[in-house]
Design a protein around this ligand. Structure first.
Ligand SMILES: Cc1cc2nc3c(=O)[nH]c(=O)nc-3n(C[C@H](O)[C@H](O)[C@H](O)COP(=O)(O)OP(=O)(O)OC[C@H]3O[C@@H](n4cnc5c(N)ncnc54)[C@H](O)[C@@H]3O)c2cc1C
Length: 366
C-alpha cells in the first residue's frame, strides 16, 4: 500500500485525549480544511481501511493496543455570523472549540448557549451526543449540521429535525458514516438567559429580575470548577472524559421498582425517595447518586484510576495507568450499581479499539 505524505504511521494518540490513555493509530492525519478531509476519506476508501474521527479527544476512551485504520483529526476552524431581524445565525467550522463559540455569543448578548460554558471539545462533536449542561442542549439551538459522507464522499446539510437529537444522542453517534464539517446555531440577540437548572436557579433566587448572560456564564463556570468539570491541561484530576455514565431515564414502573429496592435495602428510610426529575415520559435519576449510594464515593481509587474528589460521576486517570484498568474499574462500578439498584448505567464516552471484549454493557464501541 502506498501511504500518502499527509499520513503518518503508528501515531501515539494518548496526548490527543483528555484522559491521556490509549495506544497508537495505525495511520493518522490532521485535516485542516474540508478539502483535506475529502482527500483523506478518499484515500481510506480507496485502500479499504476503516476511518475514525478524532477531534478534541474529551469523550473517547482508546484501547491500549491502539486503533486500526486511519484516525483523522479534525482541526479546521472558523466562525461566521449572519444577523437577521430577530435572530443571529452563528456558523462554526467543526474544529472550532465550543468554548470560543459560547464566549462570543455571551459577549455579543446572543442568548442560547450560555449554560454550555466551560465544556471542552469542538463544535463538530457537539451534535454527536447532543452536548448539554445546566439546562441547555446544543440540539435546541442547532439550525443545521453539514457533514461529509465518508463512503459516498458527498456533503449533505441536515436540518435540526433530521438530526434525531435526544438526551446525549443523535443520528451521528455510534456507527455513523457522517463526518460533521460545520454547524449553524440560531441565537436570540437580547434574549433572556436560561435559568432552568435547580442549582443555577438557587444561586440567583435572591436576585431581582433575570440574570444577564454574562452572570449565568460566570455562575456555570464557577459551578463546573467546583465539581472539577473544567478541563485544565496537566492537572491530575483533569484526566477525565467528564461524566463517565449517563443519567438513567427510567420508565415509571422501573422507578417504582427502584424505590422498593432502596427501602428494602434500607438505603433510604420509607417514604424518602431517590432524587429524580421528569424527562419526557420517563424519570431521570442522577447517576452520581446511584454511584455514591453503591459505595463509590468521591476520591475512591484503585491504583492508577479512580473517582474525582470533586464529582462522583467523573472517573479519572491518576497517571501511569492503562485504558484496560480504567475500563475494568468502570465495569466494576457498573456491575455494583446494577446489583444494588437493578439499574444498568450506560457509558457516555465512545470506546475505540476494544473489539467485542469490552466489558461494559450499553457502550458505543467502534
Ligand atoms: C472535564 C470535562 C467536562 C465535560 N462536560 C460535559 C458536559 O457538561 N456535557 C456534555 O455533554 N459533555 C461533556 N463532556 C464531554 C465532551 O466534552 C463532549 O462530548 C465534547 O463534545 C466532545 O468533543 P471533542 O471535540 O473532544 O470530541 P472527541 O472526544 O474527539 O470525539 C467524541 C465523539 O465524537 C465523534 N466526533 C468528533 N468530531 C466529529 C465530527 N466532526 N464529525 C463526526 N463525529 C465526530 C468522535 O468520533 C467520537 O465518537 C466533558 C468532558 C470533559 C473532559
Amino acid at each position: 500500500m502506498r501511504v500518502p505524505s499527509f499520513v503518518t504511521l503508528d501515531q501515539p494518540l494518548a496526548s490527543f485525549t483528555t484522559l491521556g490513555l490509549g495506544g497508537p493509530a495505525e495511520f493518522f492525519c490532521q485535516a485542516q480544511s474540508h478539502q483535506e478531509l475529502h482527500q483523506a476519506c478518499a484515500w481510506a476508501k480507496k485502500v479499504g481501511i476503516p476511518l475514525t474521527v478524532l477531534a478534541g479527544g474529551s469523550n473517547v476512551v482508546i484501547a491500549d493496543r491502539g486503533v486500526c485504520g486511519l484516525v483523522l483529526r479534525v482541526t479546521w476552524q472558523g466562525l461566521k455570523t449572519r444577523k437577521d431581524r430577530d435572530s443571529v445565525t452563528l456558523i462554526a467550522e467543526a474544529g472550532t472549540p465550543l468554548e470560543n463559540v459560547v464566549a462570543l455569543s455571551v459577549a455579543e448578548g446572543w442568548a442560547g448557549l450560555e449554560c454550555l460554558s466551560g465544556i471542552p471539545g469542538t463544535v463538530g462533536a457537539t451534535p454527536v451526543q447532543n452536548v448539554g449542561a445546566y439546562g441547555q442542549e446544543v440540539g435546541e439551538r442547532i439550525l443545521w449540521v453539514e457533514a461529509l459522507h465518508r463512503e459516498r464522499l458527498t456533503f449533505h446539510r441536515f436540518s435540526r429535525n433530521q438530526c434525531g437529537f435526544a438526551y446525549r444522542s443523535s443520528i451521528f453517534r455510534g456507527q455513523s458514516p457522517w463526518i460533521i464539517t460545520r454547524v449553524a446555531f440560531t441565537l436570540t440577540p437580547g434574549g433572556p438567559a436560561t435559568v432552568r437548572y435547580d442549582e443555577l436557579a438557587a444561586l440567583f433566587s435572591a436576585k431581582r429580575g433575570t440574570p444577564s448572560l454574562g452572570e449565568v456564564r460566570q455562575a456555570v463556570l464557577a459551578l463546573r470548577e467546583k465539581k472539577g468539570m473544567v478541563w485544565h491541561e496537566g492537572e491530575a484530576e483533569s484526566c477525565t472524559v467528564g461524566s463517565f455514565f449517563k443519567n438513567p431515564v427510567l420508565p415509571p414502573t422501573a422507578f417504582e421498582q427502584l424505590k422498593a429496592r432502596v427501602w428494602e435495602r434500607a438505603i433510604l428510610p420509607h417514604p424518602q425517595v431517590p432524587p429524580h426529575f421528569p424527562a419526557g415520559s420517563g424519570i431521570k435519576v442522577p447517576a452520581a447518586w446511584l454511584l455514591e449510594r453503591a459505595g463509590f464515593v468521591k476520591g475512591f481509587c484503585r491504583e492508577h484510576v479512580g473517582i474525582s474528589r470533586r464529582h462522583a460521576l467523573a472517573l479519572v486517570h491518576l497517571g501511569g495507568g492503562t485504558a484496560t484498568e480504567l475500563v475494568a474499574f468502570a465495569a466494576h462500578i457498573q456491575r455494583a450499581v446494577a446489583t444494588t439498584f437493578g439499574v444498568v448505567l450506560e457509558p457516555e464516552p465512545v470506546f475505540w479499539g476494544f473489539g467485542p471484549h469490552l466489558p461494559l454493557q450499553g457502550a458505543v464501541s467502534l
